[in-house]
Design a protein around this ligand. Structure first.
Ligand code: PEP
Length: 249
C-alpha cells in the first residue's frame, strides 16, 4: 500500500432492494472497521434513500452506479447528478465495463457523465480496463492509454480511477498482483502526462475484478494499488469487511 489513503468501494450491481440494503448496511455498521480506510457502497438507485438513512451518522460513503450528464429533460430512465446529491449521495461509479459492453457506454459518454457528476459535487470512480481479447492481442496498454485520455478533462481532486480488467470481473479470475501493479503504474504515468506528477502521485487507483478476502492482501499490498472496487464480495458483510481490513494492513 502506498501513502495514498486506501479506498474500498462496493458495487452492488442489480442486487439488494430496500430491505436487503438496510440489513446489509446495518450488519456492516456492526463491524469494527479500521479507521484508516475509506469505504463507499454503491447500491441500486432505488435503494439509495434507504441506504442514505442507515448511513447518515456513519463515515461510510454512499455512491450510485451511474449518472446522466444532463440536469433534467427528456431522458427516459436516466438519473441526473443533482437528483443523486439531493439524496445525500456523494459518489458515483462511471464507465463500468458492464455499462460499456451491455449498454453502449463509450469513453466519451463516460467522460460526459463524470464531468457532470463532478460539477454537481460528486466524487467519481471512473472505471476502465481491457478485455481478454485485447490483453491476448498485446494491446492492453494501448487500450488503457485511449480510455485514460478522457480523464484529462476531469478534476483530479474529485476523481478515483478503477482499473478493472474485463476478463476478471465476475469471473473468479483475478489479475495477478504484478499485472495489476503494472497496469496501475502505467495509468499513473498517463495521468502524470496531463495532471502533472504530484497530482498523479496523489490519485487513487483501485483494482477491480474478483477481489476476495483470500487475494485482497496481496493485491492491496502493491505500491500502485490504492484500494479495490468490489462486486460479488461486497454483497456479504463478512467478505467485504475482511477486504476492508486487508486494506488497512
Ligand atoms: C465490479 O463489478 O466492479 C467487480 C469488480 O465485480 P467482481 O468483484 O464481482 O469481479
Amino acid at each position: 500500500m502506498s501513502q495514498r489513503r486506501p479506498l474500498i468501494a462496493g458495487n452492488w450491481k442489480m442486487h439488494n432492494g430496500v430491505s436487503a440494503t438496510t440489513a446489509l448496511l446495518e450488519g456492516l455498521l456492526e463491524e469494527n472497521l479500521p479507521a484508516g480506510v475509506d469505504v463507499v457502497v454503491c447500491p441500486p438507485f432505488t435503494s439509495l434513500p434507504a441506504a442514505a438513512m442507515v448511513l447518515s451518522a456513519s463515515s461510510i460513503g454512499l455512491g450510485a452506479q451511474n449518472v446522466h450528464w444532463e440536469t433534467k429533460g427528456a431522458f427516459t430512465g436516466e438519473i441526473s447528478p443533482d437528483m443523486l446529491s439531493g439524496l445525500g449521495v456523494g459518489w458515483t461509479i462511471v464507465g463500468h465495463s458492464e455499462r460499456r459492453s451491455l449498454f453502449g457506454e463509450t469513453d466519451e459518454t463516460a467522460a460526459m457523465r463524470a464531468e457532470a457528476a463532478q460539477k454537481a459535487g460528486l466524487e467519481v470512480i471512473f472505471c476502465l480496463g481491457e478485455t481478454l481479447d485485447e490483453r491476448e492481442a498485446g494491446s492492453t496498454f494501448d487500450v488503457l492509454k485511449r480510455q485514460a485520455s478522457v480523464l484529462k478533462t476531469l478534476d483530479p481532486a474529485h476523481l478515483v480511477v478503477a482499473y478493472e480488467p474485463v476478463w476478471a470481473i465476475g469471473t473468479g479470475r483475478t489479475a495477478s498482483a504484478e499485472q495489476a501493479d503494472e497496469a496501475h503504474a502505467f495509468l499513473r504515468s498517463e495521468a502524470a502526462s496531463f495532471f502533472g506528477s504530484d497530482t498523479a502521485g496523489a490519485l487513487r487507483i483501485l483494482y477491480g475484478g474478483s477481489m476476495k478476502p483470500g487475494n485482497a492482501a496481496e493485491l492491496l499490498g502493491r505500491e500502485n494499488v490504492d484500494g479495490g472496487l468490489i462486486g460479488g464480495a461486497s454483497l456479504d458483510v463478512g467478505s467485504f469487511s475482511a477486504i476492508i481490513r486487508a486494506a488497512a494492513l
